[in-house]
Ligand binder design. Structure first.
Ligand SMILES: [Zn+2]
Length: 232
């Protein structure tokens, strides 16, 4: 019963963070204020009531339509809130002990995934933050991971300059993950992220000549970590 309650709290916490991230991603590139502008309907601009702002519940409570103008509300925020809630529960059950680096990188990757999905690029600030956190918090294996990270960086950078098939931000992310978690986990994550991308576009029989948001697939792969046959 206690575990259920803790998980419920973790879910609410994650959903709230997801709700906030969705708002930041929507408003920040437009130069809109995130904290002080009240949430409103995109169609009729009516200010939302406090009970409409509760993550997930607010969306279903309105039946997916605006209470005032009855226009359809995009379920995107609700979807991000659910993913956020599930992620939070996942972190809680994955790390029995308080794992600051794992949890904070997971959080930033979540934000980067939403941003990448919306705009097809990654905020450089997020990558810088992930890199700084890794340098500060990863003290045990940082030096052991330095050489693999360097080799991965060189190989991927050369590959990218030859084929233009890989974004610079994706390379930076992979190198940061090698520094933080080592080559083994990162290789698994990259493989699964690639597999997810291929599966998504498989029915087209070719990869479309567009920028593919890679980070969301990376985020999906993150959830597989507990089932990977890792050896330390
Ligand atoms: Zn409305």
């Amino acid at each position: 019963m206690m575990i259920l309650l803790i998980n419920l709290l973790a879910f609410m916490f994650g959903a709230t963070i997801g709700s906030f991230f969705a708002l930041v991603v929507e408003r920040l590139p437009q130069g809109l204020d995130v904290v002080f502008t009240p949430s409103h309907c995109d169609h009729c601009q009516t200010k939302l009531q406090y009970y409409d702002l509760i993550p997930i519940i607010g969306y279903f409570n309105q039946g997916g339509n605006c209470r005032f103008c009855h226009n359809w509300i995009s379920p995107q925020s609700c979807f991000i809130e659910i993913i956020g809630g599930l992620s939070s529960c996942w972190i809680l059950n994955q790390y029995n002990t308080y794992h600051l680096l794992g949890a904070s990188l997971f959080l930033l990757l979540f934000y980067a995934a939403i941003f990448d999905l919306a705009y097809h690029y990654v905020d450089q600030l997020v990558l810088t933050l992930m890199f700084s956190l890794t340098i500060i918090l990863q003290n045990r294996a940082l030096f052991a991971n330095l050489l693999p990270a360097l080799v991965v960086a060189i190989v991927l950078w050369l590959l990218s300059s030859l084929t233009h098939g890989l974004g610079l931000a994706d390379i930076e992310l992979i190198v940061i993950l090698v520094l933080a978690f080592g080559l083994q986990i990162t290789l698994w994550l990259t493989l699964f992220a690639c597999l997810f991308v291929i599966l998504k576009y498989y029915r087209h029989h070719y990869l479309p000549n567009i920028e593919i948001a890679f980070i969301p697939f990376f985020y999906m792969a993150y959830f597989l970590i507990p089932w990977l046959p890792l050896r330390f």
